[in-house]
Design a protein around this ligand. Sequence first.
Ligand code: UD1
Length: 416
Amino acid sequence: MQMLEINSKRQLNGSLKIHGAKNSVLPILCATVLVNGVSVIHKCPYLSDVEVTLNILKYLGARVYRSGETVVVDSRNISRSNILEQYMSELRSSIIFLGALASRTGEACLFLPGGCEIGLRPIDLHLKGLKSLGYNVFTNGHDVCAVRENPQSAEIVLPFPSVGATENIILASVFNKGKTTVINAAREPEIADLASFLNKAGAKIYGASTPTITIEGVDSLHSVEHTVIPDRILASTMISACAACSGKIELSDVDVSHLLPTKAVFEEMGCSFKTLKSSIIVKAPKRPNRVRFIETMAYPGFPTDSQAPVMAALTVANGTSVIKENIFENRFRHAEQLNLFGADITVNDKFAIVNGVSQLHNADAKCTDLRGGAAVVIAALTADGKSRIRDIHHIDRGYEKIENQLSQLGADIKRI
Ligand code: UD1
């Protein structure tokens, strides 16, 4: 069993290149299913979620090659239209394959993704969207299936700007004749990146990154080359680590505009920023200030994915911070682990009250989920003494060897 071993508090100083965004590369890899040709995708990070997605593509019949951070997917011979339990249970976001595969082959059956560590994660909005586009959507007990029956364009109003539902609807409507409109669409930068990939392949998608996205059906998609946007959640995790430990770090290959929803919070914590064209220098105070109130929201609000790492930094803040989690009902599981380090966090339903303490102590703790795992690592970085973190496979889903990333910033951390 692999663990992370982290030694006592030290300032972070150094620079790190930010890898491609997990939340972008996964839907883009799903979208390669629609391409009748070859997709060359640059800045594909080495993440276990990416590897599972590439294995799904191979299972479906695509040829997949990797050379460093570039992945080539030749989708011309896709022959299968189902995805097995072993893949679906490993990667919940693989539900995005439903729209892509149904669009490509006319029918798709995916093993039903269950709930996950951070909440129930329903898919009703995905399925309603596909039904509006003329797919017959049904379950046979263990699979969810979408079969193209009366393909049609539609006007789909989302009651909540769901990222996954917006992606599935885009993928399912690329070939539908006429004009499909998604109203109250998600505005996350990863949606714009998916649309950018598809448009380079010949799709006609307008308005991505606004609340109204329009998709004009095209007959086919051709070979395409694309570079994935930088991972804004990785950047905010590293800034959280710096805020917790103090110091000065430089993050390169970032899109500064994507960091705006978190930047204001870090500034309230006392961090100062110098932004260059595609890099950012962060200087953290000796001890972070508390943040009166943070609530997670759809983009451009404060991201749910940054909640746990920021909470870890606030455990050592001067004063009490209140965090409200609006997106997922079970996304405070890391709080219990942070308290093992001497943090003082009380969770009540959607609220977490974080009373800052002056110093954390070492602990042996576990990762509860991907971002919660990063939070536990941050707590260990600020703590006195040697800590060990287990269940780190959660972290490997979204961070490319986090121990190397943090070592580059001066942390004493290794995988054992
Ligand atoms: C969410 C995040 C995304 C993040 C990803 C991984 C938001 C809005 N989305 O995307 O930024 O990168 O997790 O952590 O912050 N919902 C339904 N029915 C559906 C789909 C969603 O009720 O069919 C609800 C969910 O229960 C949840 C909310 O909508 O409360 C957000 O869901 P959605 O954006 O779809 O989640 P992800 O796509 O997983």
